[in-house]
Design a protein around this ligand. Structure first.
Ligand SMILES: [Zn+2]
Length: 355
């Protein structure tokens, strides 16, 4: 538990310690904590890993959190690399790194808390004396979220689907919008988020917070992780934490709001899906996105699913089986200039798998 020094020079006098219930981390120190948020059926503690990196210099306190859904792994690696592989010698401010918030779900490799299948990411800010999920959320929130000035919560698509890397944020709040843009994703989906999500509750509490969606559950996807690390570096530059870094411009950006056409295309037939397009693909109206066939591949039974409008595939099915009504892909319409910028980019060497 004792802190490791992040640098040899003495810290600025104006830099402040980070305190939580049970401890403190002084400026210029980095500490790994296993913090108890609940107890198991055996009465043993349920502890979440937390790393606090308190810089030598004063600055904002930023949280980076992942695995609120226990099987969404990409963000864990992003948070770990920032906490343990980056050089924070000249950090202005404090990083609160929460790589695995939903420890019971993580151990079971499940999205929800395995206790009555509660969703930790609908339980914030939590409450003492309430359900097990809300008590856990409360312990996390009061100790490690409330002391922060801004935050990034990492997610992936639900199991069986994949997302291109994008930000979800309530861009009507100027500070949230600043954070969302600083992360430098190509796509920002506007919206306040569901009640009980970390990003909505923290943002409403005056702690601007965004969600980053990236890839699929149960995987470490290296290119997406690298892309997200670029986003974190860009945010730390924008908010003055890493003064030698610069804010990254993603080349093109679209903010998807209520004015954009967008839809989850759903299957109208049950069967096996032959997906023709991947996440990040630009499709033209009428393009075939996938076909659905029965086990006999009977030609007159093939259902062809076409794009109802020209747009970008933000999320797409990976597991190739559907019931009628199951989602096939998340398609969003784009403004003309965004379409042009995207087409230009696609003619260069950059591959879609970066998205
Ligand atoms: Zn999630």
């Amino acid at each position: 538990m004792s802190g490791q020094s992040t640098a040899s020079d003495p810290p600025d006098r104006s830099a402040e310690p980070f305190t939580y219930n049970g401890g403190r981390v002084d400026p210029g120190e980095s500490t790994n904590i296993r913090y108890g948020i609940s107890e198991t059926y055996l009465g043993d503690p349920v502890k979440i890993p937390v790393t606090i990196v308190n810089g030598q210099h004063p600055g904002p306190t930023v949280f980076l959190s992942a695995a609120a859904h226990g099987d969404e792994l990409n963000g864990i690696e992003v948070v770990r690399e920032v906490a343990h592989d980056w050089d924070h010698t000249d950090l202005y401010g404090t990083l609160v790194c929460l790589p695995v918030m939903n420890v019971p779900g993580f151990l079971a490799q499940e999205r929800y808390l395995p206790i009555y299948d509660r969703d930790l990411n609908r339980s914030f800010p939590g409450r003492e004396g309430s359900t097990s999920a809300r008590r856990m959320a409360h312990r996390i929130y009061t100790n490690f979220i409330e002391p922060c000035d801004l935050g990034i919560d990492f997610h992936t698509s639900t199991r069986g689907r994949t997302n291109m890397l994008h930000v979800r944020a309530n861009v009507d709040d100027p500070e949230v919008a600043r954070l969302a843009k600083a992360f430098s994703s190509n796509v920002i989906i506007a919206g306040e988020g569901a009640a009980g999500t970390l990003r909505r509750e923290a943002s409403e509490d005056g702690i601007p917070t965004i969600t980053v969606e990236m890839g699929e559950a149960h995987r470490f996807q290296r290119r997406l992780i690298d892309r997200a690390l670029t986003g974190v570096a860009s945010v730390l530059a924008e908010f003055g934490c890493h003064r030698d870094s610069s804010v990254h411009w993603p080349g093109w950006r679209t903010v998807i709001d209520d004015d954009n056409e967008k839809t989850w295309l759903r299957a109208d037939a049950g069967g096996l899906v032959d997906m023709k397009r991947s996440r990040g693909a630009l499709v033209q109206e009428g393009d075939v996105i996938c076909t659905i066939t029965n086990p006999f591949k009977e030609e007159d039974e093939v259902v062809s699913v076409e794009a109802p409008f020209t747009g970008l595939i933000v999320g797409v099915l990976e597991n190739p089986v559907v019931y009628p009504g199951n989602p096939l892909c998340h398609l969003v319409g784009l403004a003309a200039e965004t379409k042009l910028a995207l087409e230009r980019e696609r003619t260069t060497e950059r591959s879609r798998s970066d998205l």
